[in-house]
Design a protein around this ligand. Sequence first.
Ligand SMILES: [Fe+2]
Length: 341
Amino acid sequence: MDDEVFNRPADVLVVDDNLPNRELMRMHLTSAGYEVRDAPDGPTALALIQERPPDLVLLDIMMPGMSGYEVCHRLRELPHGRLLPVLMVTSLSGTDDKAAAADAGADDFISKPVLALELLVRVRSLLRIKRLTDQLDGAETCVVALAKALEARDPYTEGHSQRVSLIAAKLSESVGMSAPDQEALTLAGLLHDVGKIGINDSTLWRPGPLDERQWRLMRQHPIIGVEICKPLHSLQRQLLAIRHHHERWDGRGYPDGLSGEDIPLGARVIAVADTWDALTSDRPYRARLPCDRALEVLRRGSGTQWDARMVECFLAGYPHIIREAVTLSEMTRPVPVQAAG
Ligand SMILES: [Fe+2]
């Protein structure tokens, strides 16, 4: 079953504290050709999902210890859990319970006693959605590859987005963003400059100051980036950070001249991470700044170019915030250029 959907039997995880229930589900699902794993409680289920994400989770609500609602909440925070279809199986049938299941992030629910036909219809329809989201994730991977390919054309920028992503992940954690927002921002860091694909080479790789016409073009890259990512359902949460990563706290940035807290929080985080990496990277026309001078630049621009809270968190978390990016840069950065003079 479902070879035409996944080119392999779909893998369903059944979570229920009641053994006869698990066995009944297993029987229905295996007879329809699915591969089945099962877990008697929430912690075991979460461990199995982390070990190998299934294609679908059938989740009982009323379980001792960790309820199905809590399992669902927690799995949505796992790296592969955000888009994992969850079908809640419950003996509860009140409207409030259904609303609570939806709040917890369940995609659908089915009432006990479970009828084989109804179960299989629901499972099949959620697996079709899973196939579509897998395809969208594939498209997301292509856009990330595009961003990396763009940077790889220039040894001076190679690895920049990956480092921005690592720094933004740490900084977003220290400013108190939620785990899903941190995850979204990690991807936004990778994609923030993907719009540079739309900038001509003579502007993009110019080894000196840009003229007015080139600047106008360069200022389009956040907008082009949004145009590239906008059609992809799985990249909707990254759009604001991509569009606004060059706004300034004092309103003198681009493309929209937003100021202060009108600038989306994720964009304010990326702006600091992006600047840090640019300052501490070699360019054809200048050597990287030593870290103490780069910190000084951030301090001086705090409250004018960047959100003072972001800078404060960066300084408080330094050097922990940049540690992974430094490790990466040691593997990817070119041999330093000689400073002029
Ligand atoms: Fe940029």
